[in-house]
Design a binder for this molecule. Structure first.
Ligand SMILES: [Fe+2]
Ligand SMILES: [Fe+2]
Length: 352
């Protein structure tokens, strides 16, 4: 077969059915857009060899180069909601420079501003974990599962934007970065050093970002100004996608297991390993709870007030309830969900 230009087609990129002149033509959406789900792509394989740098379904006549250390199993990376999440992520990108009403963040009282800076400094640290972990694993996922890479790339951009937007809010009124807690850095290091994608995704996407999603909800409610509120509204939407991937991926993994609770046990081990990284074992760090209580109390004089503290106490209950709910949704038994949830509370000096 020739292409009219006299060159032989490269066997590695020839269509799957090289004998036919034309493959099926994908339909376009009513608005003219072309979605991945409209393409006649090869089915997602359950497992591939750790070799070859090409999307699934390509033919090759030469031996493929080996890719040691590559993740080659569908059940470890895939989520059934991937296509929808990729499209939503692209549609909902935003710009931290121009999409936040920064002028409406001026003029916040100094006590609330410092409390907000305490919370944002701590959140900023967690954002680095959320940014670096998917970036680290991107190149380790076999291109047969390209859709996973497409999604994780949107997450990398989302988290970079969160780092940018938190930095901007921190410095907006002249306060800037606050003191860094040793326990938080230690806990985040434990996640960054995780080399098993399934465990890292569980810790990050399900546990850590699950908590962040709830925290964004709280911050929408107690933000001291409209710029901060908008930051939290936008970030919450991003975070919801990351959690949706994590829960979807975990469901895929657990559905492929005869004994899902055995997977749970492996995750418990990962959490226990993280405990060793964490000097202080509590839920939200004390100084962050205090800062949230000041924000929740509003402009009522110095220090956290009783209503502010009460709101944060209820929030911690909400966190624990929602975490367990996500674990049950993903397919864990009640016993394992409870076990993991309790361990996470102990290892969450940093929440990621
Ligand atoms: Fe984030
Ligand atoms: Fe995130």
């Amino acid at each position: 077969m020739t292409r009219g230009d006299g060159k032989e087609p490269d066997a590695a990129v020839a269509p799957a059915d090289a004998g036919a002149a034309d493959g099926p033509v994908p339909r376009l959406e009513a608005d003219g857009s072309l979605l991945l789900s409209n393409l006649p792509l090869a089915p997602v394989p359950a497992e591939v060899e750790a070799e070859g740098i090409m999307f699934r379904g390509a033919r090759r006549t030469h031996p493929a180069p080996g890719l040691p250390g590559t993740i080659t199993r569908r059940d470890l990376v895939w989520a059934d909601n991937l296509h929808e999440l990729i499209e939503r992520a692209k549609r909902r990108q935003w710009n931290a420079a121009t999409d936040i009403p920064w002028a409406e963040g001026r003029g916040v009282g100094v006590e609330l501003e410092r409390a907000l800076a305490d919370v944002l400094t701590w959140m900023l640290q967690q954002e680095y974990a959320a940014w670096y972990v998917p970036a680290k694993f991107l190149g380790r996922i076999h291109p047969a599962y390209t859709e996973v890479g497409l999604f994780l790339s949107t997450q990398v951009m989302d988290e970079a934007r969160h780092v940018e937007v938190f930095l901007k809010r921190l410095y907006l009124n002249g306060v800037g970065l606050r003191e860094v807690a040793a326990s938080t850095e230690s806990s985040i290091k434990g996640l960054l050093m995780q080399e098993d994608f399934a465990r890292a995704s569980f810790l990050l996407h399900v546990l850590g970002e699950g908590t962040f999603k709830d925290l964004f909800h709280l911050l929408i409610e107690i933000a001291p100004d409209e710029a901060t509120r908008q930051i939290m509204v936008r970030s919450l939407e991003d975070e919801a996608r990351h959690v949706a991937y994590g829960v979807g991926r975990l469901r895929t993994q657990l559905a492929a297991e005869r004994d899902p609770d055995a997977v749970g046990q492996a995750f418990v081990d990962a959490l226990e390993a993280r405990l060793a990284f964490t000097y202080e074992v509590s839920g939200l760090p004390r100084h962050v709870q205090e800062a949230l209580a000041i924000l929740a109390g509003g402009e009522r004089g110095p220090g956290a007030t009783a209503p502010g503290r009460e709101r944060v106490r209820r929030f911690v209950d909400e966190l624990n309830r929602n975490r367990k709910e996500r674990l049950l949704q993903a397919g864990f038994s009640e016993r394992v969900a409870e076990n993991i949830s309790q361990l996470h509370i102990r290892s969450a000096g940093g929440l990621m």
